[in-house]
Design a protein around this ligand. Structure first.
Ligand code: ADP
Length: 158
């Protein structure tokens, strides 16, 4: 049986930090489904299908990675994909409290689903979609944070 992991999130938009986690996860799972959550962002820059398209473009060529979107509870989605694993990225201590809370809530909702935390390369440990959007709105060059076509897509929105 295939070992499948789900990497859920907003991905508004994907950054090199997310990509780093995806590449680490696919080394230990047969399949990684990167799943864009509906309604997780109050005021997103990209709608869900745009985020899915950007993710597909960035991960093209990485064998075993699939892109999807989902509504409702993460644990229900995980089970619907015959998986037992949620992957989340941990950057700084500041991520810890929220991630810890969410992992334990998901465990309460389903005992069969485990959350696995992965740390990105330190080069990306400060990167967030939110900060990148803010920096872009102030005219920053996003090279090194996101691929060129993602930067172009962000700037086209601003
Ligand atoms: P959220 O799901 O909290 O809205 P994101 O969509 O931005 O957040 O990120 C999805 C997951 O990827 C979260 O676990 C988040 O901590 C992680 N993540 C985001 N940016 C990075 C990064 N630069 N390095 C490692 N993990 C990251």
């Amino acid at each position: 049986m295939k070992n499948i992991a789900i990497y859920p999130g907003s991905f508004d938009p994907i950054t090199y930090g997310h990509l780093d986690i995806i590449k680490r996860a696919i080394k230990i799972f047969d399949k990684v489904i990167v799943a864009v959550a509906h309604n997780s962002e109050k005021d997103p820059l990209f709608n869900v299908s745009e985020r899915v398209e950007l993710l597909k473009k960035v991960t093209r060529g990485i064998k075993g990675v699939e892109i999807d979107d989902f509504q409702g509870l993460v644990v229900d989605y995980v089970k619907s994909k015959k998986s037992k694993v949620v992957i989340r990225g941990l950057r700084m201590i500041s991520d810890f409290e929220f991630e810890f809370q969410m992992a334990l809530t998901n465990r309460k909702l389903s005992k069969d689903v485990e959350t696995i935390f992965m740390m990105p390369s330190e080069a990306y440990s400060y990167l967030s979609s939110k900060l990148i959007k803010e920096a872009a709105s102030l005219g920053a060059n996003l090279k090194g944070f996101v691929p060129a076509f993602v930067e172009k897509a962000i700037k086209a929105k601003l």
